[in-house]
Design a protein around this ligand. Sequence first.
Ligand SMILES: [Zn+2]
Length: 791
Amino acid sequence: MLAAAAAVVLLVSPAAAIVPQVAPPPADLGRVADEEASVVEVLLADTAQLDALVATGVDLDHDVTRTDSGVVAHAVITPNEAAALTAAGFTLGNAVHRPGDARARVAEREATIAEHVAENREFSTAATVADVSDIKIIRADYYTSGTSQVLSVEAKWAQGQTATNTLTVARDSGPGTEIGSGGTQTISRFVDAGVYLYHRGASLMTSRPDYVRITSPTGDVAVAKVREWLPTPDTSPEGPGYQKDFVTSYLTPTELYGRIHQLAAAFPDLAEIVELPYRTNGYRRHAQAVLGTANDSRIAVDSLAWGHQGGNDISVELANPGAANAALSVNVTGKAIRVNLATDAAGAVTSTAAQVVAALNAGAGPLVRAYTYRGSAGTGVVAPAARTSLSDGLSAPASVSRDPQPVYAIRIGKHRDGSKLGVLAYAQEHAREWVPPLVTIETAERLLRNYAHDGQTKQLLNNLDIWIAPSVNPDGGHYSFYDFNSQRKNMTNHCPLTGAADYLGRNSWGVDNNRNYTEYSLFDGYSGASTSCTSGTYAGPSELSEPENRNLDWLAARPNIKFSMNLHSSGNYFMWSPGAYAVPDRISAPRPTLAQESAFWGASARILTSIKQHRNLAVTPARTGPISDVLYSAAGNSGDMLWYKYGIYAWNFEVGTEFQPEWDEAHDETMEFANGLVELMRVARSFDQDNTRPESSMSVTPSAAAGMVNVTFGVTEPAAVFYTVDGSAPTYSSVLYGSAGIREGGETLTLPVGTEVHWFSVDSAGNVENNYTADGGGRNYRKGQAVLPTG
Ligand SMILES: [Zn+2]
């Protein structure tokens, strides 16, 4: 609002300087009946020209403003009339009111009348009136995705926790049409952990609606204007000759590290490789076998040496001696272990699993460790078994190291000394997610290879300190490529010998690296992680138990890092904190402030618009927002650690639609999300350059309560508002204006009529409205009285 008003004022003076001599007006300005009219400024040199304008018979509203350089009048004209006025020598300024604006007013009016009807209905029976409808439309987003047109609607209904009704959304069929003429769609309750959050739903359609209306089951009404989600921008941020498309195949972690080493070598002035402080446990395992089939007679055997260091050469045979009254014994020849089973007088085998385990540990102790199967007492008699080789089950070529793996990041920027604003991107916490690492590589390539000839890229690298870790879980990544495609976790076996530590459990081992961090974790009582060593979301034995997680903690602790992106797949989600809640009652990790949330949303729109520019893929509004609002709780995830522990604006991509899509699709996903990741760098740069002080406004509306009014604040950019209502000067210790609720805007304060409200706003870059010194000593804070506007 403030910005729009300022723009109108600014336009007057320079334009007025070019007011021409006005020719005699035509008798008929040529209004065509079915044209729509707008209110347009007419810029006049003096009152004589105003008289000439009046003489044309043009439809003027009452707004005539005298300025230093002339007169500005407002004419209500159609396009034909505008052309006639221009031809007659008049100079037109801004359109200050368009047909669509009128319809917006009509819709607002409709909603207001509906509220009043509801109020009056209650007023007739009670001393108080309902303040608002029981239904509130949070968002109504129209967007294109691929070749489809979609309308996504989210609404909160006061009865939503207990009543299970779907809600019906009525659409118009475009500006100026009746609501309902565009058909209807239903939206359904979004309930998570037993808690109703809001109704949501999206439907395909063939024309863009302008307004939607929901009538709640109680008869209350809400009307909202449809916004366009991720409209196509007029310009591309990529300058002429901008180079992209550097990735031609999936890359294993070894190849990813090779690639960033090559890049750093090629651009030594702009990049360097940083080995993170903790090596992984390594792409390596002990060689194992499980002999037998019935659980109480099974024997599990593990080599003491790693498989690649001799364990794979070990074999075990459970031999029937073929003689009566044989004793149990173990022979070791080189790495061949032969167990001679005991027999009875009839020559039948009598050795139990527990007895064979004891004999193996006694007779082959330097080579292997044996144990009964998953905690069994091992009372079953074992079955003889032919010679069985132990195996580590790893089939990667020798080019993949079996040693503890150094984890690498590439650090990009002209000044890599911590003096510049830091941005962190990291991928492959989850091993099977093969596209996200490619997004980081493509991004690194774009930044480095465009530096020399693209001015904007040069500005990014000259002013940012960019850390990119393409694979934080290389062991799991290698395992996913070579052994078990669906591997999600790292390769560390935390299962006990009485559990799933044996060979048959090997594809279930590992810690979910995105559940092993320190904030709002399983260990803190939060939901969405498991204590089971075989669970897909195993949180590990303790916070930061894993080297992968300690590496990320180290990266996040770089003090200049203020923005981050955690790249995952899949689902085309774009999310931020909070990412966890505790059950029952769904107690969320602290929500960002209203200002922080609007900063998240604002940057998100930029990043998602860049993604969409590749092939019109729209990350949907329903998949944009705090993790725990749009997806699920994920206790101990990295985004939450970065946000809550380090104050980093931390986002999460969920790239694409599957973990390992066909290459053409993987390539497109890489290109589009690299667009988004590069845009994050631009967001960071904008933040760094933000010297603009926010402006705020207070609006007052009637309250249902006697002697009270409702007060809300608006700001021109994402900014926090601190306020007092006791006449004192506001400071950073004053009350922080908050959010009305999940995915809603600012709260409504209900204050006694006449309350003196003092406030100021401050953006996330620290710019304070009016340059107010918010220590209580300054006087240039904003002041207002909580009274209804007159008129
Ligand atoms: Zn993931």
